[in-house]
Ligand binder design. Structure first.
Ligand SMILES: O=P(O)(O)OC[C@H]1O[C@H](O)[C@H](O)[C@@H](O)[C@@H]1O
Length: 286
């Protein structure tokens, strides 16, 4: 049977595939422009829950959901904003550049539904570039209206890990973080190697441009960012996973969200301006 991370699982009109051959490919669902899968030489690097709902309504549980214009609870609309539950347009179909890299772009613009929640004119262009061992996700917000607006945004990447108990994140030492599990109080990270051994939901501020996810059995992955100063580290752990209908009961063992974004403070975007940001996921040699 086809798995949720294979193109055959989806109606052809719902997905876009960036395929370099040799098992190196990305699958994007137009619902939320959610990257469902990033395989490199046949090895999958993203977690996608097998119980995720694909009804083109609910947010997809796994891959790389795009969070905009609000990270977290929102008084004007759904948690994490509307971008992850809107249908995006594939404005540049997958094409190969002279170096053999595959590029595709997706776009979301304001419409009646978004303006009812958030009355602003915008265009978001999300461009993916698949290289041999890396994936570039470029996220650009344009203010197409005549007044300024503010927003937060984030790429909610679910990394697939062999075992959460032997997974860690490097590069966070010395950073201040807001711990959402501990009344959103602020702490300072003391560890060089940040392992995750319990329910975790932290927003690390002023992160370095590069953090690394280390996990036994898989190669390490480097996450490099531009204009994304925050790093959210999230794992719902066993009880949290069980309480989510769209998360595999043992999903928490095999995932770690390391999310690059601008969430501690908002972006204020003047009319006619753009905000340009990106994350690059790179598989490091063993
Ligand atoms: O269940 P969701 O709306 O997809 O949110 C999943 C998680 O996203 C982020 O990582 C937040 O920091 C968490 O507080 C939240 O639980």
């Amino acid at each position: 049977m086809a798995t949720v991370q294979s193109p055959e699982h989806y109606p052809a009109g719902d997905i876009v595939v960036l395929d370099r051959g040799n098992g190196t490919r990305v699958i994007v669902h137009l619902h939320g422009a959610t990257v469902l899968s990033w395989q490199c030489n046949g090895v999958e690097h993203l977690f996608l829950s097998s119980t995720s709902v694909f009804d083109n309504k609910k947010a997809i549980r796994g891959g790389i959901p795009v969070i905009f214009p609000q990270f977290g609870p929102w008084s004007l609309g759904p948690q994490h904003g509307f971008a992850r539950t809107k249908r995006w347009t594939n404005v540049i179909p997958p094409s190969t550049d002279k170096n053999g890299n595959i590029i595709a772009a997706f776009q979301l613009e304001d419409d009646d539904e978004t303006r009812q929640m958030w009355n602003h004119k915008f265009k978001v262009v999300y461009t993916l570039m698949l290289l041999d061992t890396s994936l570039v996700c470029n996220f650009v917000v344009h203010n197409t209206g005549s007044s300024s607006f503010d927003f937060t945004c984030l790429l909610h990447t679910y990394f697939r890990v062999a075992d959460i108990n032997s997974t860690s994140v490097l590069g966070l030492k010395g950073l201040k973080y807001v711990d959402k599990i501990r009344e959103s109080k602020e702490f300072t990270e003391e560890r060089d190697v940040v392992s995750v051994g319990e329910k975790t939901d932290r927003v690390y501020k002023d992160s370095p441009k590069t953090v690394v996810i280390q996990t036994a059995a898989n190669p390490s992955i480097e996450v490099s960012t531009l204009s994304f100063p925050d790093t959210v580290v999230w794992n719902p752990w066993e009880e949290g996973a069980k309480s989510m209908a769209d998360m595999d009961d043992d999903g928490w063992r095999h995932m770690l969200c390391v999310e690059a974004g601008k969430v501690s403070s908002s972006v204020i975007l003047e009319a006619g301006d753009k905000f340009d940001s990106s994350q690059t996921l790179k598989i490091l040699p063993n």
